[in-house]
Ligand binder design. Structure first.
Ligand SMILES: NC(=O)c1ccc[n+]([C@@H]2O[C@H](COP(=O)([O-])OP(=O)(O)OC[C@H]3O[C@@H](n4cnc5c(N)ncnc54)[C@H](OP(=O)(O)O)[C@@H]3O)[C@@H](O)[C@H]2O)c1
Length: 333
């Protein structure tokens, strides 16, 4: 598999990363054995970048990755960990904590759960409004000096925060939602990252399955599934969004690819500094996603895709309003 350096200073990673979030309840129940088999299949296929968060299943996701890596060459995996989101035993979300002492505590637990002596990329999941980004990055920079962390990343922050963070320590990559129907980063955030030599790890490239070609209006979701309350999946919006998927399906047919492969290949085609993270939690989904790497979209394909799914054509926001309101990346909406 092709590899790229993440930003000017980041690690070399596979052209596709595996996001493990869905293996820990964010999209309803997942099968543990299948999740581990999916991580193994990804590593065997040459995927090196594994993305997690300490709050995905309140540690469950890190322990799962730790188990999957047992007996494997740890250094062949690039483990990206997000921290800072606070939860309670019922799984409710309780804001963010990026205070220096909290970060040192979070990283100690993550290293234990993952069973590793360092984390490759460590990043705050969101901007903590009560802590200057300089303090957060400065604390992770100390962890880099101490050998517990190799690179520093960011997630869902806007241009000003990116610049302030990069002034403290080199930033390998910004993790942002980016897909055919989530193109908010194109105006200011992507150009800022490019100017500073920061890579992008793009999540939600299938808009959490909505534009995968497999989603149907009546697909059942569990109460704990993010999609149960995500605006784009709600009645009144989902119909419009699935029309866009059908428009994409006819283009996919012309390229002998699936809808999911076209959606992933479109993100990959936006630049070599952008690495799509796919949220496969089953081997068949992973195999389909890997097929996107063999798909090269021509200029004509890209034009046809833009016509089928014009920028801003999705119905509904990418997160519920209450969450968008706290996202630094959405500050200039
Ligand atoms: N930084 C952040 O704020 C943030 C936020 C969210 C996620 N992330 C990271 O990004 C990763 C990817 O995000 P995501 O899971 O929302 O992205 P996604 O790839 O857009 O959606 C994944 C979902 O799409 C469905 N799907 C259908 N066909 C698929 C295929 N061929 N390959 C993969 N999935 C397919 C699956 O649902 P079914 O299994 O139900 O079919 C899967 O759970 C996460 O795992 C997480 O590590 C980061």
């Amino acid at each position: 598999m092709k590899t790229y350096r993440l930003g000017k200073t980041g690690p070399e990673v596979s052209a596709l990363g595996l996001g493990c979030m869905g293996m820990s309840g964010m999209y309803g129940p997942a099968d543990r054995a299948e999740s581990i088999a999916t991580i193994h299949a990804a590593l065997d296929a040459g995927i090196t970048l594994l993305d997690t968060g300490d709050f995905y299943g309140m540690g469950h996701n890190e322990m799962l990755i730790g188990e999957a890596l047992k007996g494997r060459a740890r250094d062949r995996a690039i483990i990206s960990v997000k921290f800072g989101a606070l939860r309670d035993p019922a799984g409710n979300w309780n804001g963010y904590d990026s205070r220096p002492a909290a970060i040192r505590n979070f990283v100690a637990y993550s290293l234990q759960r993952l069973g590793v002596d360092h984390i490759d990329i460590y990043r705050p999941s969101r901007l903590d409004p009560n802590v200057p980004i300089e303090d957060t990055i400065g604390t992770i920079a100390d962890l880099v000096k101490q050998g517990y962390v190799r690179h520093i990343g960011l997630s869902e922050v806007g241009a000003e925060t990116i610049r302030r963070a990069a002034a403290v320590h080199p930033i390998s990559d910004l993790q942002m939602e980016y897909s055919l129907i989530s193109r908010g980063i194109e105006d200011e955030i992507l150009p800022t990252c490019r100017a500073l030599g920061i890579g992008i790890t793009a999540y939600g490239v299938l808009s959490r399955g909505l534009i995968s070609g497999h989603w149907q209006k009546d697909t059942a979701t569990a109460k704990s599934d993010f999609r149960t309350f995500s605006p784009r999946f709600q009645e009144g919006n989902v119909e419009r969004n699935l029309e866009l998927v059908e428009a994409l399906r006819s283009i996919a047919g012309n390229t002998s690819a699936t809808v999911a492969q076209v959606a992933i290949a479109w993100v990959a085609a936006q630049g070599q500094d952008i690495v799509p993270l796919v949220g496969a939690r089953r081997r068949d989904r992973l195999e389909e996603a890997l097929g996107a790497l063999a798909l090269t979209l021509s200029k004509d394909d890209l034009v046809a895709i833009e016509e089928a799914v014009p920028k801003g054509s999705a119905a509904g926001a990418r997160y519920p309003e209450a969450q968008l309101a706290h996202m630094d990346s959405e500050k200039n909406r």
